[in-house]
Design a protein around this ligand. Sequence first.
Ligand code: GDD
Ligand code: MG
Length: 351
Amino acid sequence: MKAVILVGGEGTRLRPLTYDLPKPMVPICGKPFMEYQLHLMKEHGINEVIFSLGYKWKVFEDHFADGADIGMKLHYVVEDSPLGTAGAIKNVEDYLDEDTFCVFNGDILSDFNLQEIFKIHARMNAKCTIALTPVEDPTLYGLVELDGQGKILRFTEKPKREDVRSNLINAGFYVLDRSILNKMIRGKNYSIEREIFPEALKRGEMLVGYSHSGYWLDIGSPLKYITANYDVLQSRLKSPASPTAQRHVAPDAIIGENVSITEPVWIGNGVKIEDGSRIIGPTVIGDYCTVGESSLIERSVLWPGSSIGNNCSLEEVIVGRYCSIGDKTALGGLSVIGSYNVIVSTKSPEE
Ligand code: GDD
Ligand code: MG
C-alpha cells in the first residue's frame, strides 16, 4: 500500500512558528513531527510515500531526501499554487498505480491501527474508509454520521453548531479505492472533505467509518502543539520516534550546580543550564539552547539554539529557533515567540 501525505497547507493557526517551518516539520521532542507519522506508516507495512507539497516544500526534501535513512521510498510532488485537499491528491495520481491507496493529513499525531483499517476497507468493499475520532467540539472538523453498521450517512466539513448530531469527526486518514481519482479534476483547487465525500455519498457509494479509540491529536494550534509535546513526553503516544525515557538529558549537556530537573523532560545535545535554575516538566529544551542562572523553565518547549537569560521565568511558553530572551524576562500563558526574536525585559538590574 502506498500513502499520500497532504502537507501543502500554510499552518496559519501555528503562526509565527510556521513562518519559517512548515507545520509538519515542527519539532516534537527533538524530531520533526513528520517522523512520527512516517514511523507509524512503516510499522504498518507502508514503505512508499508521496508527499503532496506546496508551502516550504524544500524543508521536507532537505530533511528526508529519498527516505533511505528511515528505510522508506519517498517522492516529492510540488504544487505551483495550492490545489486544496482534492486537487492535491489528484496531482499525485501518476504515483498511484495500485487498486487502493491511503491518504494522511500531515498534522495528525496518532497511533492508528492501519492494518485493521485496511482489513475493514476490504471486508466492507468500501470506496473509501475514513478513520474517525470523538471530539468535544466537532464544529472545527469534518463531522461524520454513521449507521449501525459503520456506513457513513453524512459528511459535513466544519458544521454549524446546530447541525452537530454526533461527536465523531474525520481523523484525517483515508483508505481510498483508486476509482475515486476518476471523479477528480486535475489542476482544480477543491476539497475532498467539502466536495468529493458529500458527492460520493449522494451517488450512494459505500463510504465507511472506522472509529479509532486510541491516541489522536491535530497539532494545528499552539495549545495542541504544546499538548503533543507533553503527551509524547508522558508516553501517552506509543511511537518508535518517542523518547525512550521520561528523563532524556543528552550526554554532552552541561548542567550547573543546584539545578533541579523534574521529569518528564527532554534536554538536547549541547544544552547548557547554569547554576540554580529549575526545569519542571513536561518540558523540552532543544539542542544547543542555553539557560542562564536562577531561571525557571516550566511546561515549556524551546526550539534549538535559543538562549534564555538569568532570573527568567517561562511557564507554558513556546520559544522558536535562535531566540534570545533577556535577563529577568517573565513569560507565560501559552506565549509563542517566533524564531529569531529578541525579547528584552525593561526591569532594571536592581529589581
Ligand atoms: N498539498 C496540499 N495542498 N495540501 C494541503 C492543501 C493544499 O492546497 N490544503 C491543505 N493541505 C493539507 C494540510 O497541510 C494538512 O496536512 C491537511 O491538508 C488538512 O488541512 P488542515 O488545514 O489542517 O485542515 P483542518 O485541520 O482544518 O481539517 C482537516 O483535518 C481535520 C482533522 O484534523 C479536515 O480533513 C477535517 O475534515 C478533519 O476533521
Ligand atoms: Mg489540521
